[in-house]
Ligand binder design. Sequence first.
Ligand code: TPP
Ligand code: MG
Length: 268
Amino acid sequence: MSSENLAREVRELCLRLCHKHRASHIGGAYSVADILAVLYQDILEFHPEDAGWEGRDRLFYSKGHACTALYAVLEKKGFFQNLLEEFSVDGTYFTSHVNHHIPGVELSTGSLGHALGVACGTALAGKTLGKSWKSFAILSDGELDEGSNWEAFLFAPQQKLTNLCAVIDYNKIQSFGRIAEVLDLEPLADKLRAFRWQCLEVDGHDHQALRQALGDFKTGKTPGPLALVCHTIKGKGVSFMENQLAWHYKSPNDAQLEQGLKELAAHA
Ligand SMILES: Cc1ncc(C[n+]2csc(CCOP(=O)(O)OP(=O)(O)O)c2C)c(N)n1
Ligand SMILES: [Mg+2]
């Protein structure tokens, strides 16, 4: 399957999950869907039947509120089944913020600002032990308001973590407004470079650009610590959700489900 098709299937499943279980955060799931699809289709090494395989690349998904996108891609890649039935149901592990009891999930997240520090520690362990696997963290832009991220941004170059990549889903919207209005991050790339990171900027919905940048990191052509700033659109893929703050919270009703599925299918 192509990463483009995987991303479309992930978006369809996110929509069904949020509709069926009255769940939130589809906007942030849609901004990161292409990033996850490229990573899981073309970049990361893993074995779904042996999720804890020692040689796997480690992906730490910091924006745990947008759990549907990660759960959907893991199910599509064969880590588990029955997500649509079990999501957010009492007694299952499919909590509505990311849960590490689920096969393929490295770290429980939802309290923002934690995954980059853990990814740093894991990268340091891998480097110390001479392992070839890589450590990735996926961050949202609003969560960069958390100071813990900036401690990790300081730490990684000091430790020469060439095996660490921070992927930033820069969708320009957080929970109560636009990033530029709530707490501006600009000039983000310059800040990261001043912290002595390699920093690349890409269109986070352009699969070829994502594949190139992430592939060069994975093969060692672009050594880390690498910050990949992905310019994205919150709600990308369904017209009435795009760039709309309300879709941080809303769950689709029956008519919105139908309309969304129609729009996603049109891109097949
Ligand atoms: C430590 C912490 N503070 C506050 C929240 C509440 N919260 C949930 S999502 C969110 C921000 C969402 O915006 P962003 O981080 O940009 O995520 P995305 O746009 O990718 O959905 C906040 C503040 C939280 N989850 N964790
Ligand atoms: Mg955001």
